[in-house]
Design a protein around this ligand. Structure first.
Ligand code: ARG
Length: 296
């Protein structure tokens, strides 16, 4: 019996899937205790103890202002002493946007033991606001929330990264219940360890990617899903996390400043680039996309 899944079986036409309303609300986590204390990705290696917290707080507040300036509501999760990576609020959960019923989130089962205590903090915040929570608890199934998953803009299709943090089997776990098919994408470069470090969907037709982060088959899936794929140069994707920007409205792209070639590509494709400085957070391997959670 042939157990291989053929390429055509993996193909999904995003525009044939039901539509999804635009995001209105993001969650950010206060950066009060943000630091680089351990090394769980290559970006952190040179920076243990090297964070300027005042500068980080100013950069975080400026990013919050940008979201509010674009008309989004920003909710804020209070900081927790000791949880230095909690500020990367994309990682502890995945709000699944069910078609019916209460707001629901899948809680992460973090790969790095150093980050596991962040999950109950986010869970309590969501629970207090009436969210239904589901857990992925198996020891051999890791899942890092919206660090590794993202929506097709305006459509009920999910892209799910795996390979470094999230394991492939997360997407077949009994509690991975999402009203949308998942396009699973394998990541191969340890510097781009989460899907959000190498993939930023911009509008229904366009995504920004770093091609070197994906297996050839995963790249082919992306090519089939987005008629227009903008390819960020590897040095900017790795050095400035230029694919870790966020386009909340299919129009504005909020991104680390200074990635001039990537940002020019995005501009030429018709988007308005809004540059911010997240240099303190880059020391930990995170930037804009990691610093917010899309609650809807
Ligand atoms: N230091 C954090 C880690 O390695 C950074 C996480 C960045 N978040 C993201 N969604 N890429 O886990």
């Amino acid at each position: 019996m042939n157990t291989e899944t053929s390429f055509s079986e993996l193909l999904i036409d995003p525009l044939a899937q039901p539509s999804r309303p635009p995001s209105t609300t993001v969650l950010m986590a206060e950066p009060t205790y943000f630091d680089v204390e351990y090394v769980i990705n290559p970006h952190m290696a040179e920076h243990v103890g090297g964070v300027d917290r005042d500068r980080a707080s100013r950069q975080w507040a400026a990013l919050k202002d940008v979201y509010e300036g674009l008309g989004l509501v920003v909710e804020v999760l209070p900081a927790e002493p000791g949880l230095v990576d909690l500020v990367f609020i994309a990682n502890q959960s995945f709000p699944t946007q069910p078609i019916e019923g209460p707001p629901t989130a899948i809680l992460s089962n973090m790969h790095a033991p150093q980050r596991r205590a962040e999950v109950p903090v986010v869970a309590r915040w969501l629970e207090a606001r009436g969210w239904r929570l589901v857990s992925i608890e198996d020891e051999d199934t890791h899942f890092e929330g919206m660090g590794d998953v993202n929506w097709h803009p305006g459509r009920r299709v999910v892209y799910g990264g795996f390979g470094w943090r999230t394991t492939r089997n997360a997407y077949s776990h009994r509690n991975y219940e999402v009203d949308a098919p998942v396009v699973a994408l394998e990541l191969v470069d340890t510097r781009m360890y989460h899907l959000d470090t190498c993939f930023s969907p911009l509008d229904e037709h366009t995504a920004l990617i770093c091609a070197e982060a994906f297996t050839p088959q995963s790249l082919a899936l992306l090519e089939a899903s987005f008629p227009r794929l903008l390819r960020a140069p590897l040095d900017e994707a790795v050095g400035l996390l230029s694919c870790n920007g966020h386009c909340p409205d299919q129009r504005h792209f909020i991104v680390q400043r200074g990635a001039s070639r990537t940002n020019q590509l995005v501009r030429e494709a018709g988007f308005e680039v809004v540059e911010v400085d997240t240099s303190e957070f880059l020391k930990s391997g995170g930037s804009v996309q990691c610093m917010k959670l899309m609650l809807d």
